[in-house]
Design a protein around this ligand. Structure first.
Ligand SMILES: Cc1ncc(COP(=O)(O)O)c(C=O)c1O
Ligand SMILES: N[C@@H](CCSC[C@H](N)C(=O)O)C(=O)O
Length: 439
């Protein structure tokens, strides 16, 4: 590790770039890359419109004593710096750092913790995050991961002078519950001056939600999902405004070597440019699908439906409901049949891809949470998660409807088709008005 680089590593965004100039709307900023005079690609002598992949581990120096901006790719690489500047702009942060996966981002963040520290975490976090945090209990830290972060007043009593982190996801994966970032951040910052509010923004991406603007200290996400959008790379992004915090995070990245590789940085940069169009289409499809499921009597979790208990709160923070939803069938075997009965929907973990995906969280992405804990947290074993892609919405609905009928999750009657557990109220269900807002 080169000790000079820690302070010489360029800040993101670089001083003369986005903060000082007119800001466009995010869809424009996603594709707009500053010209070379403006700090975006100062080392590309040919003014390439796409930042080249600096596929090199080392950088030659002109002097034995004065190091240049880059010496070794673990410490810094122009392709990665270019992406980091762009993401800092998109995430409205003073600095963004990119690492090899979303879990690597969490790992880097938790390296800020020391023995005796306490972590307050939501009870419906991604299964891998909960599993990772449970290991912190063995490092002399105490993790409270059973907190209902849907209610800020549930967080307050857990805060002590030892609280170092409050970790939130909103919407949560997979129950689509909402945490009030501004209220929780205010409570945390008032009660514990050294505590940091960390938000996992993977489910919405910076296109739909900006946690730093809502009071969080660290916003991180899995770049494997919406930011890249094609399921062809793994990445994680951490964004902060506090530059000394950024230096501490960068120290761990440089020391452990988890910075994103030049090729994956290039791929992620390419993916980010289409985030707005992908998300708009995925979200518009998701709204239609949620409406279809709810109107057929299936219990559907999605913040684009007026029936979502925290609809208002969600829309006070986010610019749309996103494209991940989940629904219950009342029977895990029926759910299995539905998942296996679709054709267009791929059976796969993850989300944010241009292709639509279907999964059973308890058997797949959240299988690392033991069944007893799942039951305690009311994570339904029959839950189906849909991660909606950019295909034609009618095709997606048709495919899903066929699978639902074949699996007996919908029964056909003279009034149409409905979930059997709602057949008793079939007539009521027929007159049920499904509330969905236009976005
Ligand atoms: C909400 C959430 N956060 C973080 C992660 C971890 O990201 P990655 O798979 O890129 O390590 C995932 C999924 O894996 C996730 O769903
Ligand atoms: N086997 C993996 C599961 C990855 S789940 C990916 C994504 N977060 C999702 O929610 O689908 C693991 O053990 O982490």
């Amino acid at each position: 590790m080169n000790p000079h680089l820690e302070s010489q590593f360029p800040l993101t965004p670089s001083p003369e770039s986005p903060r000082d100039r007119l800001r466009y709307n995010i869809a424009t900023e996603l594709v707009y890359v500053d010209n070379p005079d403006n700090g975006a690609s100062p080392h590309d002598r040919y003014n390439a419109s796409s930042m080249p992949i600096y596929q090199t581990a080392t950088f030659k120096q002109n002097s034995a004593t004065q190091m240049g901006e880059y010496d070794y790719t673990r410490s810094g690489n122009p392709t990665r710096s270019h992406l980091e500047r762009h993401l800092a702009k998109i995430m409205n942060a003073n600095r963004a750092l990119v690492v090899s996966s979303g879990m690597a981002a969490l790992d880097v963040i938790t390296r800020l913790l020391k023995p005796g520290d306490e972590v307050v975490a939501g009870n419906d976090l991604y299964g891998g995050t909960l599993l990772y945090l449970s290991a912190s209990n063995n490092k002399g830290q105490t993790v409270y991961s059973n907190i209902y972060t849907t209610d800020p007043e549930e967080v307050r009593p857990r805060l002590t002078e030892n609280t170092a982190f409050v970790l939130l996801e909103t919407p949560t994966n997979p129950m689509i519950k909402i945490a009030d970032i501004p209220s929780i951040s205010t409570i945390v910052h008032e009660k514990c001056s050294r505590a940091i509010v960390v938000v996992d923004n993977t489910m919405l991406s910076p296109y739909l939600q900006s946690p730093l603007d809502l009071g969080a200290d660290i916003s991180y996400e899995s770049g494997t999902k919406y930011l890249s959008g094609h399921h062809d790379l793994m990445a994680g992004v951490i964004a902060v405004n506090n530059l000394s915090l950024a230096e501490r995070l960068f120290f761990s990245i440089n020391a452990s070597g988890c910075g994103l590789s030049p090729f994956d940085s290039w791929l992620l940069m390419r993916g980010v440019k289409t985030l707005a169009v992908r998300m708009e289409k995925q979200q518009s499809n998701a709204i239609q699908i949620a409406k279809f499921l709810e109107s057929h009597g299936l219990k559907t979790h999605y913040p684009g439906l007026l029936s979502h208990p925290q609809f208002k709160l969600h829309h006070s923070m986010a610019r749309g409901p996103g494209a991940v939803l989940s629904f219950e069938t009342g029977n895990a075997t029926i759910s299995e049949r539905i998942v296996e009965g679709t054709r267009i929907w791929g059976i796969s973990v993850s989300f944010g891809c241009v292709n639509s995906l279907i999964s059973m969280p308890c058997k797949m992405s959240h299988a690392s949470i033991d069944p007893e804990t799942r039951a305690k947290r009311a994570l339904p074993e029959d839950l189906i998660r849909l991660c909606v892609g950019i295909e034609d919405a009618d095709d997606l609905i048709q495919d899903l409807q066929t699978a639902l009928i074949k699996a007996n999750a919908l029964k056909i009657s003279i009034n149409g088709c409905h979930a059997p557990y709602n057949l008793d109220q079939e007539n009521d269900a027929m007159s049920l008005s499904v509330g969905v807002l236009d976005f």
